[in-house]
Design a protein around this ligand. Structure first.
Ligand code: ATP
Length: 462
C-alpha cells in the first residue's frame, strides 16, 4: 500500500525531520524545501546508489562534476536561450497565470473559467550577473544551469582523451539545476532549485538508437525496482513528435503515480532521450551548415570523435537518461509508506525503505536509561557499529515510542540492550517490517547486521 497522497508524505517528512518548508521564519519561499537530518541522508543514499550502479559497477561510464555557471555561449548554442520556454497563459477572469500545457479541459485551475489570453513564451532559465557590474550591463548576464547535461557535452573530449575511452561510453553527473518554473508545487516534485542525475551515453551515428533508448528504459525500471519503487506505480510514456525537445528524435518518460487519488495520477519521474548528435555538433567549431558556413563561429574546439577501426571522424550520438533526485526521493517515500496495527489496535506508520536507502541502518536503544551499565553498553555498541554502518543511540523515550519512531523513519533494525545483556553479552535485534525479535551475541552483531543488509550495499557517506 503506497501513501494515499503526497500530503501524507509532506506531514511525515516534516514531523520526522526529512524535509522542511524553506525560509519558514519569513513565511516561506514559494515551493522551496530544505532537507533535514534524515532527508539529506536519504538524498545522499539515492545519489550514491545511482553513482555506484553506473560509475562503479559498469565499465563504460565515467563521472564528472562541472560548474553550475557556464559560459553564456553554452546556452546560446545549446538552444536554451532561444527555446527553453514554457508557454504562459493568463486567465482573464481571475488573472491567474499558468503553464499552457498543464491546463486540463481548458479550465482555469483557480476559478474554473475558460477565458484565456494568447499563449506567449517565457524563458525559464534563472539569470544572474557575474562580477561587480552595472545592473544593465548585458555582457555580465549568466545563467544557473537548467540541466547538468551541457557540462558533460562541453567536457566530452576532455573525458574521452584523458580516460582513453572508445565508443560506446557514458559520462554521468549529479548536481543542482535551476528552472524558473511558472507554477512550482506539489512538494518536492516541482521546485525552482532541484537536483538531477544525468548520464550522456555516447554512441556511433550508425548505432541502433531506438533500441538503446529501450535498453536504458529497462535498466532504469530495474534500478527503480532495486530502490523499492513498485513497477505497478510506473508507467512508460512515449513522447509524441510534437512534444519532443528540439534536440530529440525519441524520448520515453518514466512516469510515477504521484497522485493515486486523482483521475490522472501520473507525473514524470525521468526521461530517456535520444539527443542525436545535436549537442556535440552545435558546440563544435567545424560543423558547417548546408551552405558551408560555420554553425558555431565562437567555439574553439571540435567535439568530433575519430573511430580508429572505421577510419572515420564523426559527431557521436547520445542517449540520455535524465532523472531527478527529488522526484526519485518522493517516489521512494510514497512506495515505502505503509501502516500496521499493533496488538493494542493502534495504527503505526512503517517506512519500508530499502535498507540501502534508509537514513539510519540501526538504532541502539537502552531498555533502562537510568542504569549506567546498560547505557554504557548501548553506547559502546553504537560506537563499535559506526565504522561499519550508520547507527544512532536513542534513549529519549520508552521502548514502545522508540520503536515507533524508528519504524516511521525506516530504520531496518532496532537493537535493544536490557538487563540480561549485562550477563549474557547479547542483545535483541528487532526487524522493522515483521517486528520479529532475535537474540544475538554482541560479538556477532556487526556480522549479523551486515549479512542482513548485504543484498543492499550500505553507502558510505558522500
Ligand atoms: P516537466 O515536464 O515535469 O517539467 P521536464 O520534461 O522538463 O519535466 P527534463 O528536462 O526531462 O524534465 O529533466 C529531467 C528530470 O529532471 C525530470 O524527469 C525530473 O525528474 C527532474 N526535474 C525537471 N524539472 C524539475 C523541477 N522543476 N523540480 C524537480 N525536478 C525536476
Amino acid at each position: 500500500m503506497p501513501a494515499p497522497n503526497i500530503d501524507t508524505i509532506v506531514s511525515l517528512a516534516k514531523r520526522r525531520g526529512f524535509v522542511f518548508p524553506s525560509s519558514e521564519v519569513y513565511g516561506g519561499l514559494g515551493s522551496a524545501w530544505d532537507y533535514g537530518p534524515l532527508g539529506v541522508e536519504l538524498c545522499n543514499n539515492v545519489k550514491q546508489a545511482w553513482w555506484r550502479w553506473l560509475v562503479y559497477e559498469r565499465d563504460d561510464i565515467e563521472g564528472i562534476d562541472s560548474s553550475i555557471i557556464l559560459n553564456r555561449l553554452v546556452w546560446k548554442y545549446s538552444g536554451h536561450e532561444a527555446t527553453f520556454n514554457d508557454w504562459l497563459i493568463d486567465c482573464r477572469k481571475c488573472k491567474g497565470r499558468f503553464r499552457a500545457d498543464k491546463i486540463v479541459d481548458n479550465k482555469c485551475p483557480s476559478c474554473g473559467a475558460s477565458d484565456w489570453t494568447e499563449a506567449r513564451p517565457f524563458n525559464t532559465m534563472l539569470q544572474t550577473k557575474l562580477g561587480a557590474v552595472a545592473d544593465d550591463d548585458p555582457t555580465a548576464v549568466a545563467y544557473l544551469r537548467p540541466e547538468t547535461a551541457q557540462g558533460i557535452f562541453i567536457n566530452f573530449l576532455n573525458v574521452q582523451t584523458t580516460m582513453r575511452r572508445k565508443l560506446p561510453f557514458g559520462i554521468a553527473q549529479v548536481g543542482k539545476s535551476f528552472r524558473n518554473e511558472v507554477t512550482p508545487g506539489n512538494f518536492i516534485l516541482r521546485t525552482r532549485e532541484f537536483e538531477q542525475m544525468e548520464m550522456e551515453y555516447f554512441v556511433s551515428p550508425t548505432a541502433e538508437h531506438s533500441k538503446l533508448v529501450d535498453y536504458w528504459v529497462e535498466q532504469y525500471l530495474e534500478w527503480f525496482g532495486s530502490l523499492g519503487v513498485n513497477r505497478e506505480n510506473l508507467f512508460l510514456y512515449e513522447v509524441p513528435g510534437e512534444e519532443l525537445a528540439h534536440y530529440s528524435k525519441r524520448t520515453v518518460d518514466i512516469m510515477y503515480r504521484y497522485f493515486p487519488e486523482r483521475e490522472k495520477p501520473w507525473e514524470e519521474l525521468m526521461g530517456i532521450a535520444w539527443r542525436t548528435d545535436f549537442d556535440l555538433g552545435t558546440h563544435s567549431k567545424n560543423k558547417l551548415d548546408a551552405e558551408g558556413k560555420r554553425l558555431n563561429p565562437d567555439s574553439t574546439e571540435d567535439l568530433s570523435y575519430f573511430d580508429e577501426a572505421a577510419k572515420q571522424r564523426f559527431y557521436p550520438h547520445v542517449i540520455e537518461p535524465a532523472a531527478g533526485v527529488n522526484r526519485t526521493v518522493l517516489a521512494v517515500l510514497m512506495d515505502a509508506y505503509s501502516e500496521k496495527t499493533n496488538d493494542k489496535g493502534e495504527t503505526r506508520v512503517i517506512l519500508k525503505l530499502s535498507p540501502q536507502l534508509a537514513p539510519i541502518k540501526a538504532a541502539i536503544l537502552p531498555l533502562a536509561k537510568n542504569k549506567p551499565e546498560i547505557v554504557g553498553m548501548a553506547k559502546a555498541i553504537k560506537r563499535s557499529l559506526q565504522p561499519v554502518l550508520r547507527a544512532v543511540y536513542d534513549d529519549t523515550g520508552g521502548i514502545g515510542k522508540l520503536y515507533a519512531r524508528q519504524d516511521e523513519i525506516g530504520t531496518p533494525f532496532c537493537i535493544t540492550v536490557d538487563h540480561q545483556s549485562l550477563e549474557d553479552e547479547a542483545v535483541t535485534v528487532r526487524d522493522r517490517d515483521t517486528w520479529e525479535q532475535e537474540r544475538i551475541k554482541v560479538s556477532d552483531l556487526a556480522d549479523h547486521l551486515q549479512k542482513r543488509l548485504k543484498p543492499f550495499p550500505v553507502p558510505e557517506s558522500i
